[in-house]
Design a protein around this ligand. Structure first.
Ligand code: NZQ
Ligand code: ZN
Length: 393
């Protein structure tokens, strides 16, 4: 293991079909005023809203609400949540939903009592909070982002055409999260696949960095294998509890800081995907799937041993009789085959990207240095164009 690091994750997880029973115990630790934040209606449609409100009322809580948190939450919605949290002086923000709702709750948590503009402070200047932080708890209904056990919070500014994530510290991570895999049964198939690919790519972003032999990489391979097996089962039967519970657990560990230990980490697929998201408002996991293959093909020569290892250890490809490069390419082909099974987007056109957006998307892409190659702006344009022209498919 290289580098110096501290591992600490304060989020308490309650996992399983009965996990909601643990909510009342968690609520005892906070004051009486709770801001309930949720999305566009799925939690009301499937009965979870009523169950949560009942627990809150039985626990003697006064409930304030911010409904309609959209996928890829916007900065205007953030301002609305800040005003609500501040006016009610809430003691806890309870997020009930997917990654967007959890991310949003964290953004409100650090922004409500912030005297500056939170978009400028946290997202443009990347500063850390120096004001009161409101505790957050989550009840997760859609799997993929890892937001339930990390400090990530991604906000979109549609006017500025920027989608930016800030990874806050452990003081902002959810204090607790309820993970009931059965809640994910109602997630539409397309969202399920996007979430699975998102989680898989989180692992890739951390795995494809570094040259050393590192325990974290073996953990990453195990999680990837589990996601592949369980996703195939879930595609056949979305109500397969064993598969959905494995996907939920793997997705949480894919991005809860563990796999970054001792790694420089890449994250360039996410940087390109977020820039695409700022222009299209497309589903996050689909923005990643559409640019992954051209990106990995481009950097493959720089990280050849790791790509060959990925082919052998994750996809079970027989190395015998193959050069390292042939093995590495066979691994990417196997990944592409699995992406096709999942039905995730492999080209940007189907996400609404047009040729005239490419320059702006490239401008909005942060170029990071932790992976096997630091891209140039021209590299980004080439990756986008390859995807747009459907050379993946
Ligand atoms: O709004 P409702 O009606 O609830 O519908 C949602 C939404 O339309 C629906 N949904 C959620 N649970 C459901 C359900 N529908 C039926 N049954 C259920 N049980 O799913 C749709 C998508 O939800 P969303 O929360 O947007 O999806 P996801 O979990 O993929 O979150 C995406 C956001 O997370 C950010 C992304 O950029 C994006 O903004 N990310 C956060 C990260 C982090 N915190 O570390 C990292 C990720 O890389 C990602 O960037
Ligand atoms: Zn992601």
């Amino acid at each position: 293991m290289l580098g110096n690091f501290t591992y600490h994750n304060p989020t308490r997880l309650h996992f399983g079909e009965q996990a909601l029973e643990e909510l009342a115990g968690e609520l005892k630790e906070y004051g009486s005023r709770v801001l309930l934040v949720y999305g566009g209606g799925s939690i009301k449609r499937y009965g979870l809203y009523d169950q949560v409100v009942e627990v809150l009322k039985k626990s003697g809580k006064e409930i304030f609400e911010v409904p309609d948190v959209m996928p890829n939450p916007t900065v205007d919605k953030l301002y609305e949540g800040c005003a609500a949290a501040k006016a009610a002086d809430v003691d806890l923000i309870l997020a009930v939903g997917g990654g967007s709702v959890c991310d949003y709750a964290k953004a409100v948590s650090v922004s409500a009592w912030c005297e500056e503009d939170p978009w400028e402070k946290y997202y443009l200047r990347m500063e850390e909070p120096d004001n009161q932080i409101i505790p957050v708890g989550c009840i997760l209904t859609m799997v993929g982002t890892g937001s339930e056990m990390n400090g990530g919070s991604v906000i979109t500014n549609p006017t500025q055409k920027r989608k930016i994530g800030h990874v806050f510290g452990s003081n902002v991570m959810p204090r607790f999260t309820i993970l009931n895999p059965a809640l994910t049964f109602t997630v539409p198939l397309r969202q399920m696949s996007a979430g699975i690919y998102d989680a898989f790519n989180h692992i890739c972003e951390q795995y494809f960095s570094g040259q050393d032999d590192n325990t974290t990489d073996y953990l990453a391979e195990g999680l990837m294998c589990s996601l592949i097996v369980s996703s195939r089962r879930a595609l056949k039967d979305p109500k397969d509890y064993e598969a959905r519970s494995n996907i939920m657990w793997a997705a949480t560990w894919a991005l809860n800081t563990l796999l970054a230990m001792g790694k420089s980490t890449d994250w360039e697929v996410h940087m390109i995907g977020q820039a695409v998201g700022a222009y299209t408002d497309a589903t996050h996991g689909m923005t990643l799937s559409a640019v992954s293959l051209p990106y990995y093909r481009k950097i493959l020569p720089d990280g050849l041993p790791k790509f060959a290892r990925f082919a052998a250890n994750v996809w079970g490809i027989d190395a015998r009789g193959k050069s390292q490069e042939e093995l590495a390419l066979a691994g990417l082909d196997a990944m592409k085959g699995w992406m096709q099974e999942l039905g995730v987007a492999l080209d940007l056109r189907q996400l609404g990207v047009k040729e005239e957006m490419l320059e702006g998307i490239a401008d909005g892409t942060f170029l990071l240095t932790g992976g096997y190659r630091t891209l140039t702006r021209q590299d980004v344009i080439e990756i986008l164009r390859e995807s747009l022209e459907g050379e993946n498919v």
